[in-house]
Ligand binder design. Structure first.
Ligand code: FMN
Length: 336
């Protein structure tokens, strides 16, 4: 049973192009989310729990679903049933948008990696807020923390980024246990400039004022391609603005480990990102008391353990889940 994914499901999915396989998976998990017997069947595969409390929230286990897999929040009950200790949906933008032209997700099987240049294809904050409201009114809202990751709409100029984030923030915050500002995707032109201290300070100030006292934890997701000096400045701004957590890291633009014949434009994730992302986790944990959620190249118990050793409080999976399937959660939990 445990090898079902690698023996049967993955070969089937990998016979399709990467984005078709993604849509098929999401569609199946969406349907399972509407059907109690399917949820019960998924639950029977759940790993053991090991609760953890962080920024006032209780996580049944420290393994989360990373942003981008369920951008539109269509399969929350299924992710929880599979045993994720928390679920991050998005990136959601204020305006619905189609993303970049296809093809835009590429598998690099030998490297255990993906390159994507999706460009925040999503249904937009209004539609997603309605979807989440309907789920909340059903009996199926998951019993694990839900994070909502927001980003800038492509059509919005960078100078108006704050208002764009604020729109999504207002629409979605009631549904979130914590909110994430994605300022590190490489696929929306200019987005990473929001990591510059002045721009980040403006954004964080505006969002924290909006949130008011006693509001939801605010988390910032960073790029692995920051220099030491850039990171230092970002941490100061995050601390000044009471940021609750940092996700380290998003995908990388460093493709030096990829043979030129396989290379594509976009963000690289998976095994080649592992060391870079761990190094950033270690640096943040050494320089700041802000809790770190680690994401990048987690493929097995050892690479997960490495993130905790580096100082992470929680971890998130994306590419490892594509290659290894839900068994990965068990492997990691067995080691914790
Ligand atoms: C196809 C794909 C789409 C992604 N979309 C998003 C996104 O919309 N927002 C975001 O913050 N991160 C996104 N990510 C980044 C992941 O959440 C994760 O941070 C990154 O891939 C590193 O983890 P991994 O090596 O386990 O994949 C995406 C990654 C992939 C592979």
């Amino acid at each position: 049973m445990k090898r079902l994914y690698e023996r049967i499901v993955r070969p089937l999915l990998f016979s399709l192009d990467a984005e078709t396989a993604h849509h098929l998976t999401i569609e199946l998990l969406h349907r399972a989310s509407l059907f109690d017997p399917a949820l019960r069947a998924l639950r029977s595969l759940q790993p053991s729990s090991k609760p953890k409390t962080l920024f006032g929230l209780t996580f049944p286990n420290p393994i989360g679903l990373a942003a981008g897999l369920d951008k539109n929040g269509v399969a929350l009950p299924a992710w929880a049933a599979l045993g994720f200790g928390f679920i991050e949906i998005g990136t959601v933008t204020a305006k619905a948008q189609p993303g970049n032209p296809k093809p835009r997700i590429f598998r690099l099987t030998e490297q255990q990696a993906l390159i994507n240049r999706l460009g925040f294809n999503n249904d937009g904050a209004d539609v997603i807020a309605h979807r989440l409201a309907a789920l909340r009114n059903s009996r199926r809202w998951p019993a694990v923390p839900v994070g909502i990751n927001i980003g800038k709409s492509r059509a919005t100029p960078l100078e108006q980024a704050t208002d764009d984030y604020l729109y999504s923030f207002r629409m979605l915050r009631d549904f979130a246990d914590y909110m994430i500002l994605n300022i590190s995707s490489p696929n929306t032109p200019g987005l990473r400039e929001l990591q510059e201290p002045e721009k980040l300070s403006e954004l964080l100030c505006a969002v924290s004022n909006e949130a008011g006292t006693g509001s939801k934890p605010l988390v910032v997701k960073l790029s692995p391609d920051l220099s030491g000096a850039e990171l230092k400045a970002i941490l100061v701004v995050c601390e000044e603005n009471g940021v609750s957590g940092i996700i380290a890291t998003n995908t990388t633009l460093d493709h030096s480990s990829i043979p030129p014949r396989l290379d594509q434009a976009g963000g690289l994730s998976g095994a080649p990102l592992r060391d870079k992302s761990t190094a950033l986790v270690r640096e943040i944990a050494a320089r700041s008391t802000i809790p770190v959620i680690a994401s990048g190249g987690i493929f097995d118990a050892e690479s997960a353990w490495e993130k905790f050793q580096a100082g992470a409080q929680l971890i998130q999976l994306y590419t490892g889940l594509v290659y290894r399937g839900p068994k990965l959660l068990h492997e990691i939990m067995d080691r914790l």
